[in-house]
Every structure is written in structure tokens, then in C-alpha cells.
Design a protein around this ligand. Structure first.
Ligand code: AHR
Length: 571
């Protein structure tokens, strides 16, 4: 948590104590006085506390605080474009875990569920609409025990998945199936190699198998298995959570492994030798504590002085939204308190990114190394009756708001954060899609990803506003979060999240460097914070059209409580 967050929290604590004292006094006189006086006092204090923090956040001078009012002014500076919001920030993660791959993607060519070469057609069509840029596979923890040879060729070995429920792994979905799936949805490969229980030789041979055009035994085997042309592997993860499930390594031990694997995993695809070289992503931190800052520091310091024989292009960061690991929250059937606590927790992503970016800046001021948030999202208690190792959870409106907040954080750090992968794509953790036999349901998170498609590869545009405050018990959060971006055609896109579940808000937006003519878009909200889409009621949480009025260049838009809104602004 940043120093500013700490001071606003302290301020809130003092404020709440003051409010409690005033309440006690007022209660002595009359009940009427109590209600009126405390409300006024609370709002005045709220304004005092929230104002300096809001100003610091936006980095622009503000005149009137919006806290406690229902109007928020936004100023979008189209003349000051920022970094590109890399489309890879909208990446997905598909691990051999629960029903993420088997049943979620793969039903096999003989299934009654409509499929193309074993991939479910409904899921493929839904993912195509998201323009998924990349998919990380085969894990997660699974990757560090995955032996690729067991998943190629006509005879597949049947193995175990000890990490995730101890179930049988049929290996029917292997390298070729993964690459075919990517082709079908139009995404690129982000492969994680086995640095835990594997060897550099095994990893090097996988890359040779995938990418060589030479008539080597491995190249010929790939052709015999149905793919004569080399595959394109744009992203390669060198291990996964090597500090934990990937082998409990110290930063120095991992660094030694990283150098060895880096040296030997070569991509031979002729099309990837110059411009489209494979990017290598090292294991990075899993939190903000000293253990993790030491990890980032060790890897980045070594990279700064690296020799010709090894290099890397990205450092991963894993961060899940969990309030208590030992007593996880339910994914459905919760109230406003759990809504507020989860959103407060998820917003810690901002501080985490800033902290590791600052370390990276010390060794890489030119920001050559990307921070790759390749595992993030909500992690709740397993659904009752499900295998706890399958990490099955529902996905509610809270997750939609959570997704928008994180995507906005990534966009604000787009100069350093250039790739991210939500965990996980189907049926696992914060999924886009849930399946049950032949039925499929799109989650509220899916809808947010669809609404954000225009932000893929768009250019960040600064937005200044007074974020206001949402207060519930001892939780105080910024009420409004927003980003803006210009797409390749010059069209302006604005996303605004109102996380207050009780109060709507009126947005008045002005453009610096341009004039708004009209704005239309979509908003996602629902009656309750835990509203979900189910197999029986698939459209309980779906986006609805929204339009803004424009007068004298000012764009006015009403945001519903607990809503995510994306509008395109005509200039
Ligand atoms: O996404 C589930 C698991 O969480 C992944 O396998 C692992 O990398 C992380 O701990």
C-alpha cells in the first residue's frame, strides 16, 4: 500500500472516531438532530480527507471536490497521448485444471457437443468475439510437471494431475490441439516450459519440435503428427512460480536456472528471427513483501549486466484477489461488506505494480523488460459439491467491477505492464465462460472483456477527475475509476466504473484538445452486487446500451450504481 493510501486511511480512522463522538453527544439531545448533524459532519470530513488524495491521483489541479455529491467532472486531454495499451493485456490463461481444458475447451471429435476437431464450437465462437490476443498454457503449477512428449502423437500416455484434484490427465489435449485451438480463436501462444521437474534438454527439444523447418527427427515427427509448417511461438514463460509450486527455489537458484534454460530454448522458426522474435518471460514476484522485492531485485540486477548468452524480455507478476487464503470468500450469496472488502483488496494491484516497477526502473530505466501480470483475478471458495482442486467458482457483478478496476490499473501502467493473463479462461477461478455439458454461459467478466475490446492497442489518454469516495463501514474507496484511449482510427473511448453500489453518479466530461459531439456505448450493471448469470438465467448480467447528451462540448452521462460503462466519443 502506498504512503498516500496509508495517510488517507489514518485520516479516515480519525474522522470515524470524531463522527462516533459527535454521534454519542447528539444522541443525548434528540434523534432528529443526530441524523442530520452526523450526515453533514460525515460529508464535510469525507471531502477534507478525500480531496488531497484525489488530486495526487489525477496529477491535475482540481477546483471543487465531488465527494458526497452526485456529480463528477472529468477532463480528458486528447492532446497528450500516453503509452500504447498493449492488446496482450487482455490475455487469457488455460491450465490443465478442473474443467478448464477438458470439457471447457476440449470435448473430443466424437462428442455430441458440436465441435471442430474436438474444440467446442460455442466456446470458440464466444472467445473469438473477445479478440483474445494470447493464451498462456499448459499452466500454472501444472506446467512445471508437464512433459510435452506425452501429449503428441497417436498414442497418448495417461498420467496424473497431482496439483489439481489428483485426477487422471489423458493428455488428449496436447501441443497440436493447443495450437489448433489458438488458430480457431485467433490468438497467439504463450507457452510455459517445465523448469521444475523437466530439463533444459526437454524444453529445448519442445522448441525444436515446434519451430524447426529442417528435416530433423523432431521436425519430421511434427510433420508426421499433422503440422509440416513450423509453429509460431511468440511468448515463452521460463518456469512458473519457481518460488513455490514450481520448485521452492531461492531467487539465486532460480536465476541460475533461468540463465541455463534461456541459453538453450531456441526458436528456429525463420519468420521469428528478426522482427517477431520470441519473447522470454522470467518468473517474477508473487506479492509485495520483502521476499518478493528481493526476487525482483535479484533478477533485474543480473539482467542489467547480462552477457550475450542469455536475455529476457519480461518479468512475471502473480497476484490474486483474496482477502483470507485460509477462509476464502464465497463467490455468490454475499453482501455489500464482502463486495467492499474484495474491491479494496483488488485495488492493491496498483501499489504492487508501482513497487515492482520502481525496482525495475532502477536497472531498466528504458523499460525494455515488460512486467507481465500473467496470473490475476478473484479466488473464492470452491463451489459447494465441487472438487476443491478444480477451483470452480461463480462469477458475479462484483467480478465485473473487479476486472474493470484491474484492466484500468494495467492501462495506467501501460509503459511497463505490457501483458496480463486473467486466471482462468473457462470454468476455473475468474472465468470468462462456464460450461455444463452442452450448455455454456457467459460471465459478467466476459462482458467486461468484450466491452474493453476497443482498448486493445489503443493509445492511453490522460483523464483528470475527482474520484469521490465510496464509504462502507471502515472501508473507503475511490468511488469512480476511469481511463480513456484513442484507437487507431482516432476514435476516443472512455471507460468509467462507479463502484458505489448505492448511488448513481452524473459525469460531466470535457475534452481538452478536441470537442465532443456525441457519445454512445454500453453499461453493465445488475440489481445486486452478487447478481450472476446461471445456466437457467443466462442474461441476468448483460450490457445495455447507454447514451450521453452533449451540450456546448460538455458530455453528460449518468452512471448506475455498481456499473462498468464504456462509451465511444464522437469528436
Ligand atoms: O491459477 C491457479 C494456480 O495459481 C496456478 O497453477 C499457480 O501458478 C498459481 O498458484
Amino acid at each position: 500500500m502506498s504512503g498516500k493510501s496509508v495517510s488517507i486511511h489514518n485520516c479516515w480512522r480519525r474522522q470515524l472516531l470524531a463522527v462516533r463522538a459527535i454521534r454519542a453527544l447528539a444522541a443525548v439531545f434528540s434523534r432528529f438532530l443526530f441524523v442530520g448533524f452526523t450526515r453533514v459532519t460525515r460529508h464535510a470530513l469525507l471531502v477534507l480527507c478525500a480531496l488531497p488524495f484525489n488530486l495526487a491521483l489525477t496529477g491535475m489541479a482540481q477546483t471543487a471536490p465531488a465527494s458526497g455529491t452526485d456529480k463528477i467532472n472529468l477532463s480528458i486531454d486528447v492532446s497528450k497521448p500516453g503509452a500504447k495499451i498493449d492488446r496482450n493485456l487482455f490475455g487469457q490463461f488455460a491450465e490443465h485444471l478442473g474443467h478448464g481444458v477438458y470439457e471447457g475447451i476440449w470435448v473430443g471429435p466424437d462428442s455430441n457437443i458440436p465441435n471442430t476437431r474436438g474444440m467446442r464450437n460455442d466456446v470458440v465462437a464466444a472467445l473469438k468475439a473477445l479478440k483474445v490476443p494470447n493464451v498462456r498454457w499448459p499452466g500454472g503449477c501444472f506446467a512445471d510437471e508437464y512433459h510435452w512428449r506425452k501429449g503428441v502423437g497417436p498414442q497418448r500416455a495417461v498420467t496424473l494431475n497431482p496439483n489439481w484434484g489428483g485426477v487422471v490427465e489423458p493428455n488428449t489435449f496436447g501441443t497440436h490441439e493447443f495450437m489448433d485451438f489458438l488458430d480457431q480463436i485467433g490468438a497467439e501462444a504463450y507457452l510455459s516450459i517445465n523448469l521444475g521437474s523437466g530439463t533444459p534438454q526437454e524444453a529445448a527439444e519442445w522448441l525444436e519440435y515446434l519451430t524447426t523447418t529442417q528435416p530433423t527427427t523432431l521436425g519430421k515427427e511434427r510433420a508426421a503428427n499433422g503440422h509440416p509448417a513450423p509453429y509460431k511461438i511468440p511468448y515463452l514463460g521460463i518456469g512458473n512460480e519457481s518460488w513455490d509450486c514450481g520448485g521452492n527455489m531461492t531467487p539465486d537458484y532460480y536465476l541460475a536456472q533461468l540463465k541455463i534454460y534461456n541459453r538453450f530454448v531456441r526458436n528456429f522458426n525463420p519468420a521469428q528471427q528478426d522482427k517477431q522474435q520470441m519473447l522470454k518471460i522470467a518468473v517474477g514476484p508473487g506479492g509485495g513483501e520483502a521476499r518478493w522485492t528481493e526476487w525482483t531485485d535479484t533478477i533485474m540486477k543480473a539482467w542489467q549486466k547480462h552477457q550475450w548468452s542469455w536475455d529476457m524480455n519480461g518479468l512475471s507478476l502473480h497476484n490474486y484477489t483474496v482477502v483470507h487464503w485460509d477462509k476464502k470468500f464465497a463467490s455468490v450469496g454475499f453482501g455489500e461488506t464482502e463486495y467492499g472488502q474484495i474491491l479494496k483488496n483488488t485495488l492493491e494491484m496498483e501499489g504492487l505494480i508501482s513497487k515492482h516497477s520502481a525496482i525495475m526502473d532502477r536497472y531498466d530505466p528504458q523499460k525494455k523488460i515488460a512486467l507481465v501480470v500473467d496470473e490475476w483475478g478473484s479466488w473464492y471458495a470452491p463451489l459447494p459439491g465441487s472438487n476443491p482442486g478444480f477451483l470452480a467458482q461463480q462469477n458475479s457483478l462484483r467480478d465485473a467491477v473487479l476486472a474493470a478496476l484491474n484492466l484500468n490499473i494495467f492501462a495506467r501502467h501501460a509503459d511497463r505492464v505490457r501483458m496480463a493473463n486473467i486466471a482462468q479462461m473457462i470454468n476455473v477461478l475468474q472465468a470468462m465462460i462456464l460450461t455444463d455439458k452442452e450448455t455454456m454461459v457467459l460471465t459478467p467478466t466476459y462482458h467486461v472483456y468484450k466491452m474493453y475490446v476497443p482498448f486493445q492497442d489503443a493509445t492511453f489518454v490522460p483523464v483528470a477527475f475527482n474520484a469521490g469516495a465510496y464509504v462502507h463501514g471502515d472501508i473507503s474507496l475511490h468511488r469512480v475509476h476511469a481511463i480513456a484511449a484513442k484507437d487507431a482510427t482516432g476514435r476516443l473511448w472512455l471507460e468509467i466504473t462507479n463502484l458505489d453500489p448505492n448511488r448513481s453518479v452524473e459525469i460531466e466530461a470535457t475534452l481538452a484538445g478536441s470537442t465532443a459531439k456525441s457519445a454512445v456505448g454500453e453499461t453493465l450493471t445488475a440489481p445486486k452486487v452478487d447478481s450472476v448469470n446461471t445456466f437457467a438465467a443466462q442474461n441476468a448480467v448483460v450490457p445495455k446500451p447507454v447514451s450521453a447528451t452533449v451540450q456546448g462540448g460538455k458530455l453528460t452521462l449518468k452512471l448506475e450504481p455498481k456499473s462498468v460503462t464504456v462509451v465511444s466519443v464522437e469528436q
